[in-house]
Design a protein around this ligand. Sequence first.
Ligand code: NAP
Length: 294
Amino acid sequence: MFDQLGLIGCGLIGGSFALALKQARLVKRVVGYSKSPSTTERARQLGVIDVAAPSALLAVSGADLVLIAVPVAASEATFKAIRHGIADNALVMDVGSTKRDVIAAAERGLQQQLSHFVPAHPIAGKELSGVEHAEARLFVDRQVVLTPVESTRRANLQRAAQVWTDVGAKVVQMTPEAHDAAFAAVSHLPHLLAFAFTNAVAGQPDGSQFLAVAGSGFRDFSRIAASDPAMWRDVLLANREQVLLQSQAFRKALLQMEALIASGDGKSLEEAIAAASRTRAQWQLPAPDAPAND
Ligand code: NAP
């Protein structure tokens, strides 16, 4: 049981983590801080946090568990702001969707306190942001990727794995590089495509008429285009190298399929579709009933 969670970023993911800890009776009190006082106050009214702190530093003072759940571009300023308030026994984690940039920010921001830090990325979420959408069960049966660095204290890595397991998640460990390469392929690229595709349809002269007759194919493909713009701006820029590599691989595959359509090569086109269909049929999300973002 933790005495105090210091939560920086009382939004969807941070709020869900606080609620999950409370539901599992793993924490005595949650002290929260968000950039806007109105967000922090809303989190308090909703019972997500118990105490609203006026600064990140005060939120972590006395905390034996710290969660940083801010957009990834705000990580460095947050690490710097909390450095002098981290207790000797504190475990510090983030939840950012990219890991190499957050770790570099932690190295600059936390300095001698880096051994407290365990980088984490829950593969859970939704296209709706904000504390109003926080859910205690968000992490149940979802994967959480931990990407420890050389200076991560072993005991802190074990505590991090335990707390995510205790809120129902399945913990996996990866290197930060492997994480960013994998999630560029299976998360960042799909979001990029959903944004570009939706803009391409809507931006045509007849776009609104097309959208008026769209059905479940459009609904399913474009769901993640409704995601938070600032969060995804940060993710795509933070992982730009890997995202652009994946975008090139995608363009190559698209060009190949366009060529098959242009030449009327139905047999090869069907084979290409069948290969994709087999891959999709064999792939399974751990809890297939609920859509999840990452
Ligand atoms: P969110 O609902 O928008 O919450 C972000 C929170 O961070 C807001 O409360 C915001 O406060 C606060 N914030 C922003 N800048 C801050 C700063 N400089 N200092 C303190 N607080 C600040 O976003 P989210 O979906 O929870 O995302 C949070 C993190 O989780 C991101 O790093 C994202 O990459 C990661 N993640 C998201 C998902 C997903 O599906 N959404 C999944 C996995 C991981 P204000 O309201 O005052 O601006």
